[in-house]
Design a protein around this ligand. Sequence first.
Ligand code: G6P
Length: 512
Amino acid sequence: MTVATPTFDLVVAANRLPLDRVVDDSGESSWRRSPGGLVTAMESVMQGRDAAWVGWAGEPGPAPEPFSDSGMYLQPVCLSPTEIQEYYEGFSNDTLWPIFHDVIVPATFHRNWWNTYRTVNHRFAQAIAQTAAPGATVWVHDYQLQLVPAMVRAMRPDVRIGWFNHIPFPPVELFAQLPWRRALLEGLLGADFLGFQRTADAENFLRACRRLLGMATKADTVTFTPPGDDPSARRTVRASAIPISVDFRALDELARTPVVIARAAQIRASLGDPKILLLGIDRLDYTKGIRHRLKAYEELLGDKAIAPPDVTLMQVATPSRERVDAYRHLREEVERTVGSINGEYSDIGSPAVFYLYQTYPRDEMAAMFLAADVMLVTPLRDGMNLIAKEYVACRHDLGGALVLSEFAGAWHELHQAFICNPHDVEGLKQTIMRAITAPQDERRRRMKALRKRVSDHDVQRWATRYLDALASAPARPHRPTRASDEERRGAERANRSNRRALDKASERTGQR
Ligand code: G6P
């Protein structure tokens, strides 16, 4: 039986669904939590809401059937192997990602990548348009889907559209390098409200609209006149900062469970019970400053300021975008450096660096956070960095110290961390030493203040603030007519029956 697509009052769209479909060598498929901060944050916001999530299931080829998980309707979008190469690995992660992160590595421009980016954004827009109920709220996420707001507006002028950027928005001088800068800005301006991590990001966006499109901006709004210059089609779009956060209560509770506490002790014991355990947990990405961190650590060992087994470093590097050259090179470099540090400074049974190129579940990460005396979060550029906030949320014992880069969005909120500039290796070494040697009272005082900030500004508050800002954004959406009110009632009746059919189908096939 074919089940028509049910519709929802809230539709979230992100490049990835919260679950990735993985097929093993025997052809068996299963679902695994997707990587990255976006999914971590949005998953807890979406649970229990009657909402749909439109996204890619993480594998090439035809999309799996839509299904429900934790009360959420998941609508997979397909990507062919070529689209993965050109839209995801190419334009999203080899063109936009470097431009949006200070060009730490050079960006690559290919016209065919751009064409595929447009095609895939259009496919996402169609899936959203099919899934959104009349007058629905559509919440689009991140740099992979910048054309989607305008595309959805053209298909469904009745819906309210928001976009949130999880990564930095670059200064206009960098953004201007993109040959498709105008189309990207016009794509975003299809939204009613654009959310950013920092005020500086929102300002960069508004400046780009002024300089590159010649549009008028006032405070945090831009007046958008669509191509054709029809004054009646003018809209005001708001762009401002609403920094993302973590599910403080859930992490705090998890880190208080006896199994996590016992596992933290076990981790320390397996590492030889160091007096000081330094920890880094990052996606293996050149933005995260892993090389700078390793350099500072190596020099501290060379200076004999620290030495294993008293002090040791555990570095977790989560595999990411492994087919993009810059990521492959970074992996080689990090692993070479770890090998050389261990060769020089380890002893039998007491390595200087424990390096793990793996992905860990949430409870194991909580145990690592609890086990670590000093958490090193030293990105060269990062939209927010939720690892910093997760660490704080897990330290109910007020133990631990957070070393945080001033180039992470999190720095704007977490001033009581030990702040560093990762480019300044000497300064980074001093900050690490200050965190290691700080008196317990000082560490506790800092941690208490950090925890208060994160618990007062958790992910639920972020989502509420975002959705309120979207609901009250100044743009006037198309008002449904009387006839469309009647259509709406008919559509609601059909929708209820579609959802019942879908739930039954999901139960029958045992799909999660
Ligand atoms: C960052 C981005 C997300 C992305 C995640 C993981 O957090 O903001 O949009 O999903 O990294 O990267 P990946 O390429 O594996 O989706």
